[in-house]
Design a protein around this ligand. Sequence first.
Ligand SMILES: Nc1ncnc2c1ncn2[C@@H]1O[C@H](COP(=O)(O)OP(=O)(O)OP(=O)(O)O)[C@@H](O)[C@H]1O
Length: 233
Amino acid sequence: MLQAIDLTKRYAPEAPPSLNALNLTVNAGEIFCLLGQNGAGKTTTINLFLGFIQPTSGKATINGLTVANHPKETKKFLAYLPETVMLYPNLTGLENLQFFSKLAGFSYKLDELTLILAEAGLQTEAHAKRVGSYSKGMRQKVGIAIALAKQAKVLLLDEPTSGLDPKASNEFSDLLLKLSDKGTAILMATHDIFRSKEVGTRIGIMRAGHLVETLPAADLTANELEAIYLQTV
Ligand SMILES: Nc1ncnc2c1ncn2[C@@H]1O[C@H](COP(=O)(O)OP(=O)(O)OP(=O)(O)O)[C@@H](O)[C@H]1O
């Protein structure tokens, strides 16, 4: 569903690669968590899949299509959640969902939008409130609702749980597991070792542009993962 083939990015010709020959496949229903210190290349990887930046060599593909050659088509399969989801603060959660799903070419009835918001875990009394009054966790839920409404086959997340309290972070993990059960392929850059272990199918550890370890989450405890992380970075 989502594949990197020798994917390499240098921001300047004389600079070392920020991403160096990444080879990675994330299949439908998998959650791949990318760990690594600041500057390891996680956001660069996500941005290449989003088509926000162009690779220096190699390719990123989504659903078999090369992102650099098919930027519009590949975006149709995608939903993206950055650390802070960009929503219109003066619109309600429901109106934001309606707006962004229309933008993606879907025209849902109001009761359908309400069901999607509920599926994303947003409490009913918040649906008609302005997003400007929402907590970070509530905004993330609207972001997930947008991914659900777009019927995204691929979800890219860049540090989505940073700044969330443990309960909100736990609810967020449950939502990711729900999406992966529906067959969504998920690539998440994160610093949260514990959550990676909780939700990840596989966990990749990056260092200086290299993916240096790929581990199946089921075989490790969170403490073991942390120990490997600290030895690796
Ligand atoms: N637009 C840019 N121009 C030049 N260098 C960049 C640019 N964006 C990122 N870099 C460099 O590329 C390297 C990888 O950065 P990247 O943002 O991908 O790391 P990261 O793993 O996401 O870090 P963080 O955890 O801090 O978000 C860093 O050395 C960074 O300085």
